[in-house]
Every structure is written in C-alpha cells, then in structure tokens.
Design a protein around this ligand. Structure first.
Ligand SMILES: Cc1cc2nc3c(=O)[nH]c(=O)nc-3n(C[C@H](O)[C@H](O)[C@H](O)COP(=O)(O)O)c2cc1C
Length: 463
C-alpha cells in the first residue's frame, strides 16, 4: 500500500493554535485522504526577539522530510507577518534554503481582503525563488469556513493540491528570477545652501544612514537640497521588545501589549510631523525585514490613517522595477493614508546626475507641496482600500471605539445610503424610469446633464 503523503503546515500567525488561518489549514488536511501532517508554529515561536534554537532546528528537519508545504498565514500590513520573513531569513543565514527545493507548496491566507493580493504574490514568488512548485493558494475571510458550499470548494482545492503533488504535475509560475543589476550611485551633492527652516517638522525614517550603500548617498542628496531641518531616525535602532503579537489589545483597550514604547513613539511621530520621508532598502522581494517589523507594530495605531493630509516621499534602493508589487504597496499606503506622497524614487531607473537632480528637485517639490497644503486625491488603490476599512470599522464600531471615533470625526463613513438627496433622487427616478419614453428622453439629454454643474463653474471663471 502507498505511504500517506507527508505535509507540513507552516503557520505564520503569532496567535499559534488560536489562529483563524490555522482552522482553515486543519480543515483542509483533515478532510483529505492519505496525508499525514504536522504544524510548525513559526509565527508564535518567532514573535519575541529570543527564540528556541532547538525548536528551530527540529523545524528545518521536519520540512526537509516532508513532501509538501501548506503555508497558513494571515495578511499583516499588506503582506505576511514579519515572523515569516524572519523564519526565511534565519533559514538563509543557516545555509539551509535548499531544503525547499523541488517540494510542492500552496497557501491558505485569512484576512479582510485588504491588499491580500500583494501577500499572495509575495509568497508565491518567494516560494518560486526557493525552488518550490507553488500551486495558487486561497484567500479567505472569517466567514467562508461557515459556508457549506465554500467548504466543498475547500475540499476540492486540497484534493487538487494533493493530486498535483502526488503526480508531480506542472503548476503555473508567476515570477521570473530577480536579476542583479546594481549600479553604485556616486553623487556630488553641493553643500546645502542657507539656513534650514524649522517650521515644518520633517522626519526621515530609514534602515541605512551614513553607510556606503546607495541609500545613504540618496539621503545625503535629499538632505542637501531640502530647505527644512530634518530629524533622521534609523529604524534599526529602536529597542523593539518583539514583533506584533496580533493580540488586538490596541484595538480593545487602546494600549499595545508590548512595553517598549513603540506605540507612543509612532503616535507622536505621525501626530506631530508635517512631512515624513521614507528611505528604504529592498531585500529579496520586499523591503528589508526590519521595515516589516516596524510596519506591523504600527498596527497599534489601529486603522487610523494618521498621515492623512500630510506629505511624504519615498527613496528606494534596489530593483524596484522588477518588484511592481512593492511599488504598489508604497502607492497603496500613500493612497489609503492620503499621505500626498510626491513620489517613489528608486536608484534602478536612473543613475548619477539624473538621479541626483531628481532627488534634489523632489526635495524642493515636497517642501512646496507641504507649504501649499496640496491634496492629491486618491485613485482605485486608495478609494478601494478605504471602502474596506470603512465597512470593517463600521461593522465593529462597538468594539473598535478609537477607530470608530476617528472615522466619524473625519466623515469617512461615506455610505451611499446615507445621502438623503441621493435616496430621494433614486426613489423618484426609479418610478419615472419604469416608462420607456422617460428613459429615452434621459438618454437624449444625458451628456449635457451629466456635466451641467461642472460646466457652469468652469464657464463662470470662478477660482
Ligand atoms: C498587525 C495586523 C495587520 C493586519 N493587516 C491586514 C491587512 O493588511 N489586510 C487584511 O486584509 N487584514 C489584515 N489584518 C487582519 C488579519 O489578516 C486577519 O484578522 C486574519 O484573519 C488573522 O488570522 P490569524 O487568526 O490566523 O492570525 C491584520 C491584522 C493584524 C493584527
């Protein structure tokens, strides 16, 4: 008789056995015939700074012996939790990355579908880099498992994955290998001219400063051109007690469960600064992992988009043109947060004088935009993201009280059913449109009617 297939669930949730995602993963495994499986609680084990090395080495042995991996991860800050990046980083440092080669993998992700596509893409591409055969995974919410029809699809999905793995069938690849094309940036920034102004609080967050890398050089050019004083904060130096534990104490009680002062540091930063500059190194298919640690911890500020109406800019070093999903993460962060970013500048699209001139000009534009209180509005990334947040917070308003207050005060509950004029319009039109002659008349007059108010304003010459 054939041996059952050995599988491992790699659970990235810091909540361990209380993980929602894990319930999905268990469901998939329990209803699939001829599999044996174990769970690795990577998220829980790697949440605190210190971790159990015996557990770590035993985990690697378990992965080596298995035939397939089911990644079970929540979406955290538009990606997977920092703990999963850390796990892969530790494996790399241990020289054991080859243990994934040739294995089949898929994923189950639970979330509110807020930028989950970025997490899905990152995970698949990262697995492909590791030499795995990755079958497209599923993204689920907290209700899907309660739906019998969806459970049928879950079982089918798992059966397909097992079948694919047993027969070593081909799977669709999503990414290409990253190409190393590093070009050193050697600018000659002129010494900064004149007194720097102190009336716009500007903070520059970075993972590299005063070093030899391109990012340090980019920062130097920025600082030389920017006409205001800047506080430079190296995010590596914060005394993190550990990663976000996903405990939601911040949402329920208002305080982060960690006692390292990060929540106060971050809230003070976003509440008091006018301009926030991010200088970031890419690593693998994302930013340097310390950014993930940092960004997950910013969740202690809830879903409050505290940078709203302020101004930002992003300096990025690394192959950004090969990582469009990282660009989309930065753009999404800007758009949902209404940060009014003046742009994402990367050192892979232009070098030396061109890059130097671009950074210098962007620094000046950032100053002008902040002083003019320029608001750039949002595209699909921002509008779509905000609708997910709005519905989520409204649906839990009795529990997430600080978020609810923030959304109410800023009139972020823009549900269409709340606009009385619109309701009345639809009531009247709903009746009138029962009659074809009315619909035909509306069709004839639609073009001028649609732009009537806007045209009147433009024609009037008013400012
Ligand atoms: C720090 C943090 C960040 C989160 N970020 C996202 C996100 O970007 N997108 C999303 O859809 N859900 C996000 N969520 C919600 C979780 O993905 C969701 O609650 C998930 O089901 C938790 O799964 P788990 O119980 O397995 O940890 C976040 C939750 C936390 C605690």
């Amino acid at each position: 008789m054939a041996q059952p297939t050995k599988m491992v669930i790699i659970n990235a949730s810091p909540k361990g056995e209380y993980s929602l995602t894990l319930q999905y993963a268990r469901y998939l495994m329990m209803h699939e015939k001829d599999v044996v499986w174990e769970v690795l609680y990577v998220g829980e084990e790697l949440t605190d700074t210190d971790f159990d090395h015996t557990w770590f080495h035993a985990s690697l042995d378990l992965i080596e012996q298995c035939e397939a991996v089911l990644w079970a991860t929540p979406v955290y800050t538009m990606l997977v939790p920092y703990q999963l990046l850390r796990f892969l980083q530790l494996i790399e440092q241990e020289g054991r990355a080859s243990l994934f080669v040739g294995k089949y993998a898929t994923s189950i992700m639970s979330c509110f579908h807020y930028y989950d596509h970025l997490a899905q893409h990152w995970l698949q591409a990262t697995c492909e880099d590791l030499g795995m055969h990755f079958m497209e995974g599923l993204s689920v919410d907290d209700k899907d498992l309660m739906n019998p029809t969806y459970r049928q699809s879950l079982r089918f999905f798992m059966e397909e994955f097992h079948h694919t793995c047993l027969h070593r069938l081909p799977v669709i690849r999503q990414s290409k290998d990253l190409v190393e094309d590093f070009v050193p940036f050697k600018p000659q920034p002129s010494a900064s001219q004149g007194e720097k102004r102190g009336d716009l609080r500007t903070v520059l967050l970075t993972d590299e400063v005063g070093g030899e890398g391109n990012l340090s050089a980019m920062i130097k050019v920025f600082l030389a051109s920017y006409p205001n004083q800047v506080e430079v904060v190296d995010i590596n130096t914060f005394p993190y007690e550990g990663a976000c534990q996903g405990c939601l104490r911040c949402e329920l009680v208002g305080e982060c469960d960690r006692k390292d002062g990060f929540q106060a540091f971050y809230q003070n930063l976003v509440n008091s600064c006018d301009v926030l500059v991010h200088a970031m190194n890419l690593e693998g298919r994302y930013l340097k992992p310390v950014w993930k640690l940092f960004l997950d911890r910013t969740f202690s500020n809830g879903h409050r988009t505290s940078m709203m109406g302020k101004h930002t800019c992003y300096l990025v070093s690394g192959p950004l043109d090969q990582l469009p999903y990282v660009r989309q993460f930065l753009e999404g962060k800007d758009m949902v947060g209404r940060e009014n970013s003046v742009g994402v500048i990367s050192d892979d699209l232009c070098i030396d004088q061109q890059l130097e001139a671009l950074i210098a000009e962007t620094a000046l534009r950032l100053d002008r935009s902040a002083r003019a209180h320029f608001q750039k509005g949002a595209n699909f990334l921002g509008i779509g993201g905000m609708k997910i947040f709005r519905d989520l917070i409204y649906g839990m308003r009795g529990v997430v009280r600080d978020d609810h207050r923030f959304y109410k005060q800023r009139k972020l509950y823009d549900f269409p059913q709340r606009r009385l004029g619109n309701q009345l319009f639809n009531l009247v039109m709903g009746f009138a449109f029962l009659f074809k002659p009315v619909r035909l008349e509306a069709y004839k007059r639609m073009k001028p009617l649609y732009i009537a108010k806007q045209k009147q304003l433009v024609d009037s010459g008013r400012l």
